[in-house]
Structures are given as C-alpha cells and as structure tokens.
Design a protein around this ligand. Structure first.
Ligand code: SF4
Length: 489
C-alpha cells in the first residue's frame, strides 16, 4: 500500500456520533486513513485531521453534532483540518446548519472518499484508489478490536416509514457481498472478537438487491460454516416481515446464532401503523413472535415503540399498552414522536402535546419495567454465559469503592439492553459462565459459577447499580446508548 509522501506522519482522530451503523463507517474511515499513512491518535487535540461522523436522525442528534463541531472549531490549532462526515451533511435542508469553518463536508454515502479528501486538504498528491474499495460497502479491517464488533451488512432502506428521514439520507438498500462480510468477520475473529453484531437499516432484507431470496438465512449459514470458532452472532433491526420465519428456523439450528429477535414494531394499533406506513397486520406480527417463541430455545424478544404519533388517540395508545402487556417482551425501547423536516409525518396536524406524549412513554416504561424485572428475577440462581467487556468501580453509601467487572449475557445486545456486573476485575474478552445472584429491571449481578457461598462478597446491589462509576470507555458507551439518544428504528 502506498503511503503519502515522506513528510512527518500525519495523525487523525474520528469522533463518532449516532448509531452502530455510523460506528462501522467510522471504523472504515479509520482503516482508509491508516492505509494512507496517517496514524490514529486518541485525542482530537493531537490530531492533524479531525473527522466528525455526525448523526442527522433526529433534531436532538443534529444539535449534538453541531455542538461538537463548534467546540472543536473553537479549539482548533494551526494547521488542523476538520471534516464533517455522516448523516447530517446528507440532509439537504440541514446541511446549512453546519458551522462555518469546516474544511470539508462529506456525505454519509461517500465516507469511503475520506483518504482523498484528507490528502487534498493537506495539499498532497493523491494516491491511486485503494484496492478493494467498493464505495460505502467497502470491506476493511479494524485498527483495534474489542470483544464485540458491529458488522454492517447493508446500507440504505427501501421502506418509506412516514416519520423517518433515513431513506432520504441513505438512499435505497445496498447489500455488502457475502464474501466481503465473511472476510470482515474472519478478520475480526482472528483478532479475538467473540461477538459479531450484524446491522443494517433493514437487516432482514439483506441481499434482496443482490438477487438473493433468503439472503440473511444464507449469510448466517455461511458465517457458522466458515467461522466455526465464533461463539456469538447477533442481529439487530429485523423489520416485521414473513422473511423472519425462515431466519428464525436457521437460528434454531446453531448455538452460535443467538436466539435474540430485535423486531421494531413501533406501534400496535392498526390505524396508527397505517399512518406510519408500517406493517399494520397485527396477526402477522403475532405469528412472527409466536413462531420465534415456539422454535427458539430461551428466546429473547426486543422491540422499539413510538408514542405520541400525530393523531394517536387515548384508545389507540391503550391498544399499544395492552399489546405490551400481552406480549411480555424482554426489552423495549420507547420513544416519543419527533417531527423531522421533510417527512410525511411532519406535515400531519393534530400533534400530541409533548407532556402527554411523555406521560404515555412513562406509562409503557412502567408496564415494561415490571415485566423485565419479573423476567430478570427468574434468572437468579441460573448460570449464564457472560462476555466480559470492561471494568468499572462501584461505591457504596459509606464511600467504599471496589473494582467491578462489566459484561453481557446472550440476552443483552450491546448498548441498548442491560449489563451483568460482578465484583473484581476479570479478563476482558473472556466468555465465562457466571451465576446470577441478583436482578434489577435492567441489569443483573453475578458471581463466579464455581463459588460455594452465593452472594458472600456482594454488597447491596441496588446501591451498587445506582452509584456505580464506570471506566471511561464504558461511560462513553453508556452515554451513546441509542435509547438515550432518542433513536428508534
Ligand atoms: S424506520 Fe427503518 S425501516 Fe422505516 S424507513 Fe426508516 S430506516 Fe427504513
């Protein structure tokens, strides 16, 4: 690979905002910049080139992107260049909101051009195109890997949900070729990754644009066959579709394919779903859920919901509340509707008062907390496989601080579900059986499975969960939880 000139090595830092798909694009940009001879540095202050990979999904996310860029511009030192990339620049109307002084604005559909852009900004001669670069679905290897990694298998969306800006930002779905997905996973697993999380805007339709009828089940079979030493494969964002039936059948055949179904239904009233331009056949939705529960061993069900959609009546909201009670999902993300310029829903009248929307959200959350707590409590005494991901500190009310380990079980997707905590500092990246000793509505507390005195070293979990202090990495991961960021897809 050609390296740019013999000048002192330039440095870069990529700031990632938004969702897991954005994070994968950031990792791709890091790969491409490294190939051009730049060195990644952990702080923006030390970087010659700063790339801010923005989020444009909701107003709050756009404002955060603008604030971050403004802050970096205010601190910019001589010679430093700043590129605004990601979804915000792809939004025509909001493009103008970017602060003056940004050196280059790069749309999310063009992140793979970052090498050329940065070289040009430094006034350097452009190098030939990177071998294997296939536009926004370029395959790349990560500079550093952790126990879990997102792999984006497709980008864009062919749906047209009335509240969503994504199709206008990303365009139609384009799938990454299976051989490229596999190569990326092989590379990650060789570096120690234990969990692969497949993401896309519409994961279940993977491969449709490549002419594959059951692209996702085929891809899953290939992953299991090609990478037999990969212990966990998880998928997020399964749009409610009959295609799910076949996928669930494949999940049931392989232990490495986690029995975790993340199916965003958004609502459970037929008329609201129609207004949202979402699948409104609730019998089909129930059939998909029932099939997963009947087919998978220890299935875990997650969904996301939007309350306060324009015109949502009290009766329609109660239909949703009843559905949540009836279905007893394991994890639910609830969001209040946010009107996004350029969407069909933003033109609807009969807006719900924000306080009322918040009250509806709280009502669903209360229903779900009781369900989640009941389900988590049933796990106490069981031994679960836990992927160790980080360390933190817990402080009790007397001010005593001790080290804790932070992990996730098969039932926890990264960032959006709960954690498993236990005393001590176990090795990061290990996958180990732990005995669950205490449960809250979101998180679990555990101890080593071989311990003969359950709970003997355990201070009050409620205190610890409430007052825990996490390591910087874990803290930043928490701050970026999509639920906190108000994302719903
Ligand atoms: S909500 Fe999801 S499925 Fe609907 S248009 Fe947006 S990205 Fe596509």
């Amino acid at each position: 690979m050609t390296v740019i000139s013999d000048a002192p090595a330039r440095t870069f830092n990529v700031v990632t905002l938004g969702c897991s798909k954005n994070r994968v694009d950031s990792e791709g940009m890091e790969h491409l910049l490294t190939q051009r001879g730049l060195t990644a540095v952990p702080s923006t202050g030390d970087a010659d080139a700063i790339v801010v990979n923005t989020c444009g999904f909701l107003g709050a996310a756009r404002q955060e992107s603008i604030d971050v860029i403004s802050g970096l511009l205010a601190e910019r030192r001589e010679g430093q260049v700043l590129v605004a990339a990601g979804c915000l620049p792809a939004l025509g109307d909001h493009h103008q909101e970017l602060p003056a002084g940004v050196d280059y604005v790069l749309s999310t559909r063009e992140w793979y051009r970052i090498g050329d852009i940065v070289q040009t900004l430094f006034g350097e001669e452009l190098q030939p195109e990177v071998a294997g670069c296939e536009g926004m679905l370029t395959t790349f290897s990560r500079a550093s890997v952790g126990p879990s990694a997102y792999v984006k298998i497709a980008d864009g969306c062919d749906h047209n949900c009335a509240f969503c800006t994504i199709p206008s930002i990303k365009g139609r779905q384009q799938s990454k070729r299976p051989m490229h997905v596999l190569q990326e996973i092989i590379d990650l697993v060789a570096q120690g990754t234990k969990e692969i999380v497949l993401v896309a805007q519409d994961t279940i339709r993977y491969g449709a644009d490549l002419g594959m009828k059951h692209g996702l089940p085929q891809l899953l079979e290939s992953i299991v066959e090609t990478v037999p030493n990969l212990p966990w494969v998880r998928m997020l964002y399964i749009y409610p579709s009959p295609l799910t039936l076949k996928m669930v059948d494949v999940l049931a055949q392989h232990d490495a394919l986690l029995p975790y179904l993340d199916m965003p239904i958004q609502h459970a009233d037929r008329d609201v779903l129609r207004a949202m331009n979402r699948p409104s056949n609730l019998d089909m939705t129930r059939r998909l859920i029932d099939h997963a529960r009947a087919t998978l061993a220890e299935p875990v069900m997650r969904t996301t919901l939007i309350v306060g959609y324009p015109g949502e009546t009290e009766a329609q909201f109660l239909n949703l509340a009843r559905f949540v009670e009836e279905q007893e999902f394991d994890h639910v993300g609830v969001f209040t509707y946010s009107a996004e310029t350029g969407t069909k829903a933003a033109m609807l009248e009969d807006r719900i008062d924000p306080a009322e929307a918040e009250a509806r959200r709280n009502h669903i959350m209360e229903i779900q907390q009781a369900i989640s707590y009941r389900k988590n409590s049933a796990l106490v005494g069981q031994i679960l496989d836990v992927l160790i991901e980080g360390h933190g500190e817990a402080e009790d009310e007397a001010g005593n601080v001790e080290a804790i380990t932070i992990g996730r079980a098969r039932r926890h997707a990264p960032e959006v579900d709960g954690y498993v905590f236990l005393p001590g500092a176990l090795p990061i990246g290990e996958l180990m059986p732990l005995r669950i000793v205490e449960a809250g509505p979101y998180d679990l507390w555990a101890e080593a499975a071989r311990s003969s005195s359950p709970g003997s070293r355990r201070p009050k979990p409620a205190v610890r969960a409430r007052r825990r202090r996490l390591s910087p990495a874990a803290r930043s991961r928490e701050a970026n939880r999509p639920e906190r960021r108000g994302q719903a897809r």
